[in-house]
Design a protein around this ligand. Structure first.
Ligand SMILES: [Zn+2]
Length: 294
């Protein structure tokens, strides 16, 4: 197979679209190393340092590239390789050093960039590319078609099937699931990151703060590596309800690993039925008004 022509595709989304057009039968888990080979990467080598998670050796013309990735951790290494492939394919990405990109583990987790910070923006773009490439949107939609009520079991299944880390799967799940949900990632009992669907309000627990004492997270009935049952919790545990006329029902589900990593799924009930009713009434009014003028 020749090198796929990606001329003109500058954004992560456009690049992934073009790659998927050229490779319509891409299997899941996406064979990321083969894909690299068909896109101009001539080698993938181990990176022997704790300071960086991944790297890319290339030139300004991107005639070819060598990806460096830390050994071990299947899904983690796959994500690193996909991230570095993203740097390679985005011609506007300029490395800190003339001939190579070097990326830390926090670069590989970055989802937001500070205004005006070009380096952070490039890392965010490479992460978007990696997530889309490893979880191609059409495949993700197929996989999620049967997921009605949000459940961390689904996230674990996606991570396994797509060969990605649990956090990568969680982020994609929250973006594609139709319900109002959020997934809080914690380490040793402290909030580390939170991924929310567009309609889920901001959580009130700052990064680094302890998981609220009344959270299901602290229950002692959790079996490691098994998602808990889903249970109602006080909505004020996680979100600001003081300005709401009626507190929404909030549900929690917890998945804990022995190494201190945990995910907490938060699900809010759908918007109350009367607003849908109001919308129907409103449409009725407009319809009558319209007919009346004829
Ligand atoms: Zn990077």
């Amino acid at each position: 197979m020749g090198r796929i022509d990606l001329t003109g595709a500058g954004s992560p989304e456009a690049l992934v679209r073009r790659i998927l057009q050229a490779e319509p039968n891409l299997t899941v888990p996406v064979p990321i190393q083969e894909l690299c080979a068909s896109l101009g990467i001539v080698g993938i080598e181990d990176l022997d340092t704790d300071a960086f998670e991944g790297g890319l050796v290339t030139d300004a013309q991107r005639s070819e590239g060598i990806i460096l990735a830390r050994r071990g951790g299947g899904p983690r290494r796959r994500f690193t390789i996909a991230h570095e492939l993203g740097h390679f394919l985005m011609a506007h990405h300029v490395p800190d050093r003339p001939d190579r990109f070097l990326c830390t583990s926090s670069d590989l987790l970055r989802v937001k960039a500070k205004e005006g910070d070009g380096r952070q923006r490039r890392e965010v773009e490479a992460n978007r590319f990696a997530a889309l490439m490893l979880m191609p949107p059409h495949r993700l939609r197929e996989a999620m078609a049967g997921f009605r009520k949000a459940d961390l079991q689904h996230v674990l299944g996606l991570a396994r099937d797509f060969g990605v880390g649990k956090e990568t799967a969680a982020r994609a799940y929250v973006q594609h699931h139709p319900e109002r949900i959020a997934i809080v990632v914690t380490g040793n009992g402290r909030v580390q990151r939170c991924y929310r669907s567009l309609s889920f309000p901001a959580i009130i627990c700052a990064v680094g703060s302890p998981v609220p004492a009344r959270s299901l997270h602290h229950g002692d009935s959790h079996r490691p590596n098994v998602a808990s049952a889903i249970a109602a919790c006080g909505p004020d545990l996680w979100i600001d309800v003081s300005r709401d006329l009626r507190a929404p029902a909030l549900f929690e589900q917890v998945y804990r690993q022995q190494n201190g990593f945990a995910m907490i799924l938060l699900r809010l009930d759908p918007v109350p039925e009367e607003s849908a009713e109001e919308r129907r009434l409103d449409e009725g009014w407009r319809h009558r008004f319209h007919s009346g003028r004829r």
